[in-house]
Design a protein around this ligand. Structure first.
Ligand code: LMR
Length: 309
């Protein structure tokens, strides 16, 4: 089994490292445009194998996509990260062109690959990769739901002083400030979260989750990588091992939730064919209204991409 990760920056390298040490694939190819960067990071990960005890081969390539041929899954992390004061949408002008050319190269060498987008603005870059690859919508998806729910779950675990392992949650919508965490579908060891935390505290955690990426950008001057890279690797694992995990994933909606042609995070079953099923929750009026606001925002940014031609 072969996986390619495009972009050997912090997110791509973290993803490749997790894929290697968890032995998700036999071979992980890391690609970057910066001369030697992917080769160096791939070599560093390989040199760690006797310490962490794995045998996944890691291969680096400076923009030579022939090395990616026959990949079953490709993770695209390429593009600029945001800086303090920027929104993810501010990256569209630069990242749209990068995601376009990376997707063209990938499809040329691995026409069957399932594509996972990590580049921002996430939902619209998923749209871009879908347009360029012309793949079935079940085989082109965006990563961010696992990341956003992980932030939400980690904040809840801290507030409740419990293990993050016991927090289950789902979150919908775009990967931006309009994302929709769903307390009604959040449990702690099977107990509804609303029975364990007061409303004000839960609301503060939801607000922190929505701005979770920005909190890290402010702290570090650039965007996060451990959680985003690990989240993408978890999706690859679910696909390659046909685990049929249930995750929120960004996908083109085609009538689900009464929404057409918009790329939004929704709960799905992830398995060997990519998105095996989109799960439609019975949202209440308040949740539905929040999802519509998120959809409106993503549609606006999709329009920007359309206008760029
Ligand atoms: C994240 O949420 O960490 C990423 O989307 C990067 C960012 O700019 O916030």
């Amino acid at each position: 089994m072969k996986v390619t990760v495009v972009g050997a920056g912090n997110v791509g390298a973290t993803c490749a490292d997790v894929l290697a040490y968890r032995e998700v694939a036999n071979e992980v190819v890391l690609v970057d445009i910066k001369e030697g960067l992917a080769e160096g990071k791939a070599l560093d990960i390989w040199e760690k194998s006797p310490i962490n005890l794995y045998d996944t081969r890691t291969v680096g390539s400076t923009n030579d996509y022939s090395k990616t041929a026959g990949s079953e899954v490709v993770v695209i992390t390429s593009g600029l990260p945001r800086k303090p004061g920027m929104s993810r949408d501010d990256l569209i002008q630069t990242n749209a062109g990068i995601v376009k050319s990376v997707t063209e190269n990938i499809i040329q060498h691995s026409p069957e690959a399932i594509i996972i987008i990590v580049s921002n603005p996430l939902d619209v870059m998923t749209y871009q990769a879908h347009l360029v690859s012309k793949n079935d919508r079940t085989r082109v998806m965006g990563m961010a739901g696992i990341l956003d729910t992980a932030r939400y779950r980690s904040f809840l675990a801290e507030a409740l002083n419990v293990s993050p392992k016991d927090i289950q949650a789902v979150l919908m919508g775009g990967h931006g400030d309009t994302m929709v965490p769903l307390p009604r579908y959040t449990t702690v060891g099977g107990i509804p979260v609303t029975e364990l935390i007061d409303g004000g505290q839960l609301e503060a955690i939801i607000e922190r989750t929505k701005k979770g990426g920005g909190e890290l950008v402010k702290l570090m001057g650039t965007s996060a990588w451990y959680a985003p890279g690990s989240a993408a690797a978890q999706m690859v694992e679910a696909i390659l091992k046909d685990q049929r995990r249930v995750f929120p994933v960004c996908v083109q909606l085609d009538g689900e939730y009464g929404i057409d042609n918009c790329y939004l995070g929704v709960p799905v079953i992830l398995g060997k064919n990519g998105i095996e099923k989109i799960i439609e929750l019975d949202l209440n009026a308040e949740e539905r209204a929040l999802l519509d606001i998120s959809k409106g925002h993503v549609n606006e940014v999709m329009q920007v991409l359309d206008n760029m031609g």
